[in-house]
Design a protein around this ligand. Structure first.
Ligand SMILES: Cc1ncc(COP(=O)(O)O)c(C=O)c1O
Length: 345
């Protein structure tokens, strides 16, 4: 056992850098509920502008960004279609049923990605007694799908389908910046594809708190009202927004490093255990590892003893996520311990 912890459980574990802390300390603030926090306004304007959209609203979490959009874009007693692995369906503690009072219809895709043809084939005919389709929701990149990327063309096909059915296309863009880094797609083209979407500042971008919901003014005004109803309207939130703005300026371009580190990890592992990892599936900052005959929880515990933290996502599946606080050496160390753990005594 040696060295610092290499924490690959999630990209949410990062701590603000000294420079980000300085930006937080210097933030100009006011009461955001009165629309008087200049740092929050600057962040909202910057995010909307990057994606070529009219408006944005800062929320305390990714889930709240999704929930306020869901509530703003749907009516109770209708159905939202999403992929089976969607965060919305799996990890939000039933929030959609409580907040927006919608039912979720999950459709199998590939690695968390929705395919327009498959969705089209699964949609129910309109009219009583069928439940009305309210919205299609898509995650970019996919979390449970291992950081897989739809890319703008696949998203545009989903938007065409949503338009044909007269419903909005929602984007959970918790890792949308990772997708953009991987594809090189134009943010304005991707921003235009969704009726409304969110981006997260506290995952790959390394800010301590916050997400931003983005869309047209009318939808964002409505989302802002729902944020208030959900208790998520904040006061001098500029200290948080300043971290987000700093992250947008300094931590977007470096996402490519995280992707290179994930690939490095996978490539070391595949050298000795080709069955354990699919290198081609490593598109962004996640590596899913098959632990074979060893339970994933046992491998994770063994790695933790060596100060390498990973997440067990299933009986024989580990997830490793690269981020700002892990460098190439850390990834090599993690890969070496993983190789040893999978090789056994
Ligand atoms: C795809 C996706 N959406 C939403 C969230 C929720 O974000 P938060 O934890 O900020 O609520 C996560 C968190 O990991 C996520 O991976």
């Amino acid at each position: 056992m040696s060295g610092e912890f290499v924490d690959l459980r999630s990209d949410t574990v990062t701590r603000p850098t000294p420079a980000m802390r300085r930006a937080i300390a210097a933030a100009d603030v006011g009461d955001d509920l009165f629309g008087e926090d200049p740092s929050v306004r600057a962040l909202e304007e910057e995010v909307a502008d990057r994606f070529g959209r009219q408006a944005a609203v800062f929320t305390p979490s990714g889930i709240m960004a999704t929930q306020v959009l869901l509530r703003a874009l749907t009516t109770p007693g209708t159905e939202v279609v999403c992929e089976s692995y969607a965060h919305l369906a799996a990890y939000e503690a039933g929030a959609a049923a409580i907040n927006a009072q919608v039912q979720l219809r999950t459709i199998d895709g590939d690695r968390g990605r929705l395919d327009a043809d498959r969705v089209a084939a699964a949609l129910r005919p309109p009219g009583f007694p069928y439940v009305g389709l309210a919205m299609i929701s898509v995650e970019e990149t996919t979390n449970r799908g291992g950081g897989a990327v739809h890319g703008v063309e696949r998203l545009e096909a989903l938007r065409r389908l949503a338009d044909e059915h007269g419903v909005p296309l929602h984007g959970d863009g918790a890792r949308l910046f990772n997708a953009l880094a991987a594809t090189g797609d134009d943010p304005r083209r991707v921003g235009a594809v969704f009726t409304a979407f969110s981006v997260c500042l506290s995952k790959g971008l390394g800010a301590p708190v916050g997400s931003v919901a983005v869309g047209d003014t009318a939808v964002i005004d409505e989302a802002r009202a729902w944020r208030r109803r959900f208790g998520g309207a904040m006061r001098q939130a500029g200290v948080l927004a300043a971290a987000g703005s700093y992250a947008l300026r300094h931590h977007v371009d470096r996402l490519a490093d995280d992707h290179a580190h994930a690939r490095l990890l996978a490539e070391v592992l595949v050298g000795t255990h080709p069955w354990a990892v699919d290198v081609d599936a490593v598109e962004t900052n996640m590596v899913f590892v098959d632990t074979g005959r060893r339970p994933a929880a046992d491998v994770a515990a063994e790695l933790a003893d060596a100060r390498v933290l990973v997440a067990a996502m299933g009986p024989t599946t580990l997830r490793l996520v690269t981020h700002l606080d892990v460098d190439a050496d850390g990834c090599r160390r993690a890969a070496d311990h993983l190789v040893a753990a999978l090789t056994g005594p």
